[in-house]
Design a protein around this ligand. Structure first.
Ligand code: ZN
Length: 184
């Protein structure tokens, strides 16, 4: 598994106790028309994330899953213009935003899931540590909400705990910001 600085079970536990990371409840977000999923394309993690979201959708919202992935290495970290996940000057963040807009127009989906994950190999390659991943995820949410104010946008974090457990958490901004100020 990829290594990522700052990623530890102790820190995850702290985030969970502070409710910065919460169990992703199926009722939290309207998925009746499906979702646009912005997630890292990591072939070891994406299938489990997709399977989990499929179960959530079909368990409550839809007979057939409708998940529209917008997927590059690093996922939502690519939405931030000056993110180290992007090469400077290429406008990758605009391409990802445009893909969300196009998916919304073409498919009529008004819900966006921004799913960061850890440990992320792309983030590791670009020397983005785990707290910075979380900060970039919050910025990505701000950008998407700022651009598509009428859409429902949620930030999630998919975690491979490394002992066979993989979980998807709902990210709660106020609690996370508080935790991150202690990890500057
Ligand atoms: Zn990744």
């Amino acid at each position: 598994m990829a290594r990522q600085t700052g990623f530890s079970e102790a820190f995850l536990e702290e985030l969970r106790s502070a409710r910065a990371l919460q169990d992703f409840d199926t009722s939290q977000l309207d998925q009746e028309e499906g979702v646009i999923l912005v997630a890292c394309s990591d072939g070891d993690q994406f299938p489990e994330l997709y399977r989990h979201l499929t179960l959530i959708q079909t368990g409550r919202w839809r007979e057939q899953p409708r998940i529209h992935p917008v997927s590059l290495n690093g996922g939502p970290l690519r939405l931030v213009a000056d993110s180290p996940a992007n090469k400077p000057g290429r406008g990758t963040h605009l391409d990802v935003l445009e893909s969300i807009a196009d998916a919304r127009s073409a498919k009529g989906i008004e819900t966006v899931l921004l799913c960061g994950h850890a440990p992320c190999a792309h983030a590791g390659m670009r020397e983005i540590n785990f707290p910075s991943t979380l900060r970039l995820l919050l910025r990505a949410k701000e950008i998407v909400k700022g651009t598509f104010s009428w859409m429902r946008v949620a930030a999630l974090l998919h975690v491979d705990h490394g002992d066979g457990r993989k979980r998807t958490y709902f990210v709660s901004r106020p609690e996370l910001e508080e935790c991150l100020t202690e990890h500057l």
